[in-house]
Each structure stands twice: as structure tokens, then as C-alpha cells.
Design a protein around this ligand. Structure first.
Ligand SMILES: Nc1ncnc2c1ncn2[C@@H]1O[C@H](COP(=O)(O)OP(=O)(O)OP(=O)(O)O)[C@@H](O)[C@H]1O
Length: 583
């Protein structure tokens, strides 16, 4: 009787009558008949994919299953004992993970609430998962909201899970075999399932790229650090690389978030991110939205690259030359094995890559006690002999820029190395060793095993080198703003580590306060001057501060955008320059 009434109601909806059903349910019923050609009088069993198909679906959703599992487990614990079953389906509606009470396994299987069931609307008719895939919104499909008579006992509440590029990745469904008649009985299920879906999206975003900034957002300071509502992943210039679904609400047109800059919707720049980190009380981490509202922010800084497996036996001077770059680690491992011996070592690499530093570290790791370091340009045979006079025991002889050695000194060096086997030559050169141009007899006395130091632009530990230099050579607290850091990470560094150190020293001297901002950085050696204000052609971009402020009617936010810095930097600069806004 009930079934008959259900079929009649579907007929009335198809005729255009309003029956009091939710409009999304009526629309789905119409699709079932008109689009998929389904018959409401039939009680088709659930559609189950084959074992092989299930394996494929699960394989493709592997990352999602792994990310979602602990969220699903905790959700299942919350509803345990209330006969709920949880399904995680992929974006096609196939159940790839499942939590249910073992006591009802057979009932659940009969109803299709099991691994491998396909709940897409065109196969299962109106149902929670199917409607959620079509609408891309959370839904409750309660009892006879279902299209087919086979499912009218079920109550299904489903929420979509999106990947960080905004694509539907999965559906989380919480279903009951038997439920009270009012649909409102499932309001709590709706709240649980949407919260769980949001948390899975959040976990996925966090796991995706530890090398980017993540800004988590909440409308209440109390929940900011424990259960934020939305999050965006940002590059060093503040562009959105990924987001959780709830972050769409921040952007006016909701659809095109990727590639937009966060300062288009929030009154902050990427340089404000460090101020939103966990070391400040949550209630102080307020961000104004461009439409006049306010949110609370929690910024999570990019993680330093993970140190590769440390293969070096002693570490020490050699291990301290890299922050985990794979090429450097291989080179240093080789150097460590060669250091205790007496074989000569030519060290090659572009200028400023650290050849001399490596030679010294090899000496410190090896057995020689004496250490002599000579610049080959202008070195006379006499000066060479004098320098080596007192070296009696095993001694490291570093010959810097061996290609600059004068012919007569080359001859003297060959003789010296023959007479004094206690001298171990480590020579550095910016040239390919085959092109050094020293006489052949000397060449073979220097060329044991070539060590090639990589140029800075190929190293993956630039961030580590920068932090280390700032810690060692600048005031304790000084740090780079995210945009300054991003700018430095993108440079070509023809002068390698030497150039990097100089740029940081200049920036540390020019910056006011503890943060090096973009305008504090001297331009790259090879770059063309920027046509953009402020102060085109001026060595000090801050020279035009007053001019820019006047042009912006002393609006700090606008001036900050023109300089590419945050408002607090502008304020600091105004104070330092003793400028006063017009009365
Ligand atoms: N691995 C490193 N870690 C930190 N600083 C380094 C490292 N390697 C080199 N440096 C620093 O970079 C600068 C240049 O290093 P070094 O003089 O060894 O380079 P080089 O390759 O011998 O240069 P050149 O060929 O021009 O003589 C120095 O200030 C040195 O302290």
C-alpha cells in the first residue's frame, strides 16, 4: 500500500504537481524517469561492482581512503550503537570504504550498504550519494525520498569531499536501515557528516604540500587552532594553490579561486602570514575581509626540506655544508671517504660555490695536521717554497684557483710535491680540470679524484643556507618575509653562495625592524631595473616613500600594496623617516 502511494506520488511529480517533497528530490525523481528511463514500480537490487572493478576503484581512491580513515573511525565511534553505517564512495558513487556493525552485516549487504555498491543516481535512483554527486552539496534522502521501492526503508545523509583543486573527490554517507519518520531526525547526522567531510578536506590539504604556506580560517577564535572552518594553500607571493571547499565563500564569484591572490579578498598580504602563526594568541590573529567582516587566521609555515638519510659516518665539518640537498650530500659522502687518505683532490665548480670551504672541511676531517692555503694568482716559486718551509708532518696544501698558476711556479710546484710527499694538494678551480692548462706532469700530481661542487641554483637547500647565514651573521631575530624569501628562492645566483651572503648582508643592513621585506633586497645582478614604482631608477626604493604616500592619499593599505609589503612595514618606515600625515 505504502509502495503504491510512493509510485503514485512520483507520477504526480512527473505531471508537475507539488507534493511537498524537497525540490531536489522531485528533480531527481524526474531525472530517474526522463533521463535514466527507470521504472518506480520495480524493486531492483543494489548494483555491486565486480571484485576486479572494486580493486581498481579502491586503488584510484587510495590516497583518499588513507586520509579519510581516521576521520571515519572517529565518526563511527560517535554513532556506534545507533545502527548507523558509514560509506565512503569515490566521485563515481562506488563504495570504497565502509564502517558498519558486524551484527547487521547481512541486512546491510541486502540493502547495498557495503563495499563495492554503486550508488550513482543513474543506477540506484534517487539516493543520498547519487543526489550529493549531482548537486555537489550535502543532502539527506530520507525513506520514501528514495526513488526505488528497494530503498524506501533507508535514511541516507551524504556530504561531498572535494580535493584541493575544487574537484569532487568522494562522498561521505551515513545511513540508517530503519529510522524515525520525521526527516528532521537526521539533522544531527547531517552535522556530523559535513564536519567529517570538512576535516578530511583539511587533512588532505595539509598533507599535500608541506613546502607551501597554509592559512587556516575560522569565524571564532576558540576553534581556530582546533577545528578551523576553511583553509587555503598559498605560494610565496600569496597566490592560492589549493583550498578546502568552505574557502570558496571568501571569494566573490566562488568558482575561480586557484591562482587568485589572498589579498584580493582579505585585508592582508602574504607578509602578514608570520604574524598569524601559533605563537600569538588566537584572538589577536584577526584578519579583515574586504567586505568589512572579520575572520581569525592560523598560518602554518612551509616545512624545511626533510634531511635525507644521513649516510655520513662522522658528520662534523663536512656534514655542516648542506641542509639536505641530495647532490651535495652525495658529494660530501664521497669527500668524507677520501678525506683520511693522501690522494690529491681537485675541487671544481663555479665561483662562490664553496670550493675553498670544502677543501678546509676535508682537511678538518682528514689526518693532516699542517694547513697551508695559497692563492695561485701571482704566486712566485719563492713564495711557494717559503710557505711550505715549515711544513714537516702531514700537511694539506690548498692551491686556490690553480688555473692562475704561473708556468715557472707550476714547475716549482711539481718539484716540491716530489720532494715533499707529506704535502697533500687540494686544488680549486672554476674550470673543467681538463682545461686547466697546467703542465702535464703537474696535472697528474694534482688530479686524484675530481670533486664537483654544484651551483647554488641547482641546490634544494637554499632556504637552509639563507636561514643559517641570517642566524650567524645578522641580529638574532632577523627573518625574511615570505615574499622576500620567494624572490630569493627564484633567483639564478651567478655568484652562488658568495652572492647570496652579500645580498642577505645588504638586506639585513637596510631593513628596519626584524623583518627583511622585498624592497630591502638588492636586485639580482643580471636583472633589468623594475619599471614599477616606487622610485624607478633609485637604488633605495624607500626614497620615494613620501611621494607614494601622497599619491595614495596616505592610505597605508594602498601604499603597502604598491611597495609589495604589509601595512606594519609601511608604518615602521614612516616612523623611521619621521614622516607625518597631513593634518
Ligand atoms: N656549504 C656552505 N655553507 C655555507 N656557506 C658556504 C658554503 N660554501 C661556501 N660558503 C660560503 O660562501 C662563500 C664562498 O665560498 P668559497 O670561498 O669557498 O667559494 P669558492 O668556490 O672557493 O669561490 P671562488 O672560486 O670564487 O674562489 C664563503 O663566504 C663561504 O663561507
Amino acid at each position: 500500500m505504502k509502495d503504491l502511494r510512493h509510485v503514485e506520488e512520483i507520477g504526480r511529480v512527473l505531471d508537475g504537481s507539488q507534493t511537498g517533497r524537497d525540490s531536489f528530490v522531485s528533480a531527481s525523481w524526474r531525472r530517474c524517469v526522463e533521463l535514466y528511463g527507470m521504472d518506480p514500480t520495480r524493486s531492483d537490487p543494489a548494483h555491486i561492482v565486480t571484485e576486479a572493478e572494486l580493486r581498481d576503484h579502491r586503488k584510484q581512491a587510495e590516497w583518499l581512503i588513507a586520509t579519510a580513515r581516521s576521520g571515519l573511525q572517529s565518526l563511527f565511534r560517535q554513532v556506534a550503537g545507533q545502527n548507523y553505517v558509514l560509506l565512503l564512495t569515490d566521485a563515481k558513487g562506488v563504495c570504497v570504504d565502509f564502517f558498519g556493525d558486524d551484527l547487521f552485516t547481512e541486512d546491510l549487504r541486502r540493502s547495498g550498504l557495503y563495499l563495492g555498491s554503486n550508488w550513482s543516481e543513474n543506477l540506484a535512483g534517487t539516493c543520498g550519494v547519487g543526489a550529493c554527486i549531482v548537486l555537489q552539496e550535502p543532502v539527506t534522502v530520507h525513506q520514501d525520498d528514495h526513488f526505488g521501492n528497494a530503498h524506501t526503508a533507508l535514511s541516507c545523509t551524504a556530504a561531498p569531499i572535494f580535493d584541493s583543486l575544487g574537484q569532487l573527490a568522494a562522498v561521505l554517507d551515513i545511513s540508517l536501515l530503519r529510522s524515525p519518520a520525521p526527516k528532521t531526525s537526521q539533522n544531527l547526522a547531517m552535522s556530523l557528516v559535513t564536519t567529517a567531510a570538512r576535516r578530511v578536506e583539511m587533512a588532505n590539504l595539509m598533507a599535500e604540500s608541506p613546502r607551501d604556506w597554509v592559512l587556516r580560517l575560522s569565524s571564532s577564535p576558540e576553534f581556530l587552532d582546533v577545528d578551523p572552518e576553511a583553509a587555503v594553500r598559498l605560494d610565496g607571493s600569496g597566490r592560492v594553490l589549493g583550498y578546502t571547499r568552505a574557502a570558496r565563500r571568501l571569494f566573490p564569484d566562488g568558482g575561480t579561486i586557484l591562482g587568485h591572490r589572498i589579498d584580493e579578498v582579505l585585508n592582508m598580504s602574504v607578509d602578514d602570514l608570520p604574524d598569524l602563526m601559533r605563537d600569538r594568541p588566537t584572538e589577536e590573529r584577526v584578519i579583515e575581509t574586504r567586505d568589512g567582516g572579520a575572520l581569525f587566521g592560523h598560518a602554518i609555515a612551509p616545512k624545511a626540506p626533510r634531511q635525507p638519510h644521513q649516510r655520513m659516518r662522522t658528520g662534523g665539518a663536512l656534514a655542516g655544508l648542506t641542509g639536505g640537498d641530495a647532490g651535495m650530500s652525495r658529494l660530501l659522502d664521497q669527500a668524507e671517504r677520501l678525506a683520511p687518505g693522501t690522494v690529491p683532490l681537485p675541487i671544481t665548480g663555479e665561483t662562490g660555490t664553496g670550493k675553498t670551504k670544502l677543501a678546509r672541511a676535508i682537511h678538518m676531517t682528514g689526518k693532516a695536521q699542517g694547513f697551508i692555503s695559497l692563492e695561485c694568482a701571482g704566486l712566485t716559486p719563492e713564495a711557494l717554497a717559503d710557505a711550505c718551509l715549515e711544513a714537516v708532518g702531514p700537511t694539506t696544501l690548498v692551491l686556490r684557483r690553480i688555473e692562475d698558476l704561473a708556468p715557472e711556479t707550476a714547475v716549482a710546484l711539481s718539484g716540491l710535491l716530489d720532494r715533499r710527499p707529506n704535502l697533500r694538494p687540494l686544488s680549486t678551480t672554476c674550470l673543467d680540470p681538463a682545461r686547466i692548462g697546467v703542465p702535464r706532469p703537474l696535472f697528474h700530481r694534482l688530479a686524484g679524484c675530481v670533486l664537483e661542487v654544484p651551483p647554488l641554483r641547482l641546490r634544494r637547500d637554499i632556504d637552509w643556507l639563507m636561514s643559517r647565514h641570517l642566524r650567524r651573521h645578522a641580529a638574532d631575530t632577523i627573518r625574511l618575509s615570505p615574499s622576500a624569501r620567494a624572490d630569493l628562492m627564484g633567483r639564478r645566483w651567478p655568484g652562488n653562495i658568495r652572492e647570496l651572503e652579500q645580498v642577505l648582508d645588504v638586506a639585513a643592513a637596510l631593513c628596519i625592524g626584524p623583518v627583511i621585506d622585498l624592497p630591502d633586497l638588492p636586485g639580482p645582478v643580471e636583472a633589468a631595473p623594475s619599471p614599477e614604482p616606487p622610485a624607478a631608477g633609485s637604488a633605495d626604493p624607500w626614497a620615494a616613500l613620501e611621494q607614494v604616500l601622497v599619491a595614495c592619499d596616505w592610505n597605508m593599505a594602498r601604499a603597502a600594496r604598491r611597495f609589495g609589503v604589509n601595512r606594519s612595514t609601511i608604518l615602521r618606515r614612516i616612523r623611521a623617516a619621521g614622516l607625518q600625515p597631513p593634518a
